[in-house]
Design a binder for this molecule. Structure first.
Ligand code: UD1
Length: 337
């Protein structure tokens, strides 16, 4: 298939591009490079051994989006592009709603006009809000606690309505749990543009000497060791989940399909820290501080629906995630050039 990958230069997008090409697909990347470095492109080309077709523009630009679909024969779209920093979304709600929604409208309109009806959308476990039962199941009610999360809830609803109006659509809503890890080559990985908000890139920056110590947000949660529990999933397993979803869309009778992409296992902050210490070979400075507002005690997936319907499951361990993250971070202490 000829697959358009929006946000294909980003963290999850770049890992997925490699696996799409390995599976024999022809890939076009569209990326604004607002939150990705151009040097990722050369690294993807080195890993795949072929030139990558990259279009550098913002999907909110309707004309450019329309022209791309008019000029190219595209069979399916994987839509990763979007702003994703939770804290920033609270400070700049309008920018988040506008960017994430308008880019999706522009993309879906162009798809409809050019009869492209297969779409895989990057959603998030954040749509389960702060009240969900664990393990989280796809039929749980959705909500959000910040504008970033609301953009995911809203876009899911928009896509359900689009498919309701025209059941020839085949849409996958993929709800990721906590993506971590890096390509085993150590040449592509997560490269936050600012001080990392998320646990894994923060630990990695402590390990490489860019940050003094990890602040553990809360030691008094009702969890086995008192720290927050999450379902960390290796980005390579997540990328494989996208390829599986894309293939499945060609066979399903249902126009919208929602799948959790997680391992089904919870790992605490302290367990993750200790796994990273094993990967690095020494202890890492940390202290327990107050809880972070908005955080929940536990989040992990019920992945059985994705396993049954996609024939996919996450296989990498927490130690694999830490070893691969450390290989990337130690080889690229300041991220991409
Ligand atoms: C966060 C986002 C969520 C988003 C997800 C994407 C918030 C409130 N939530 O989820 O909307 O979908 O990332 O991956 O930002 N932790 C520390 N110290 C740190 C960083 C994190 O102790 O410096 C703890 C957190 O309290 C949490 C765990 O580590 O228990 C994971 O945190 P994080 O990586 O930010 O992910 P989420 O909170 O699950």
């Amino acid at each position: 298939m000829r697959v358009l990958v929006s946000g294909g230069a980003g963290y999850i997008g770049s890992h997925t591009v490699i696996q799409l090409i390995a599976a024999g697909h022809d890939v076009i990347v569209v990326d604004s490079f607002a939150n990705a470095k151009p040097s990722v492109v050369g690294r993807l080309e080195a890993l795949t051994g072929m030139p990558l077709d990259v279009r550098s523009f913002d999907l909110t630009d309707h004309d450019k989006t329309e022209h791309l679909f008019a000029d190219e024969q595209i069979d399916a779209v994987i839509h990763f592009a979007g702003f994703k920093a939770v804290g920033e979304s609270v400070e700049k709600p309008l920018e988040y709603y506008e960017n994430n929604l308008v880019s999706t409208f522009s993309l879906v309109r162009a798809m409809r006009r050019h009869d492209v009806r297969k779409l895989v959308f990057s959603s998030s476990a954040t749509v389960y809000g702060d009240n969900a039962q664990v393990p989280m199941q796809e039929d749980a009610p959705t909500s959000a606690t910040n504008p970033y999360g609301w953009t995911k809830v809203m876009i899911e609803q928009v896509l359900r309505d689009v498919a309701e109006a025209d059941p020839s659509w085949r849409i996958a809503l993929l709800r990721y749990f906590n993506p971590v890890g890096a390509h085993p080559s150590g040449t592509i990985g997560e490269d936050p543009s600012d001080i990392p908000n998320n646990l894994m890139p923060f630990i990695a920056q402590v390990a490489v000497g860019r940050r003094e110590k990890l602040s553990i947000y809360g030691g008094d949660y009702p969890t086995p060791d008192g720290t927050g529990v999450r379902d960390y999933i290796h980005v390579e397993d997540l990328a494989a989940g996208h390829v599986a979803a894309l293939h499945r869309l060609g066979q399903t009778d249902t126009s919208v399909n929602t799948w959790n992409l997680g391992t089904g296992h919870g790992t605490s902050v302290l367990e993750m820290l200790h796994a990273f210490e094993r990967a690095v070979g020494h202890e890492l400075a940390h202290e327990v501080v107050d809880r972070r507002p908005g955080d929940i005690a536990e989040s992990y997936a019920d992945p059985t629906k994705a396993q049954a319907e996609l024939g996919w499951r996450a296989t990498r361990t927490v130690d694999d995630m830490c070893v691969d993250t450390w290989r990337w971070q130690s080889a690229n202490p300041d991220g991409y050039p």
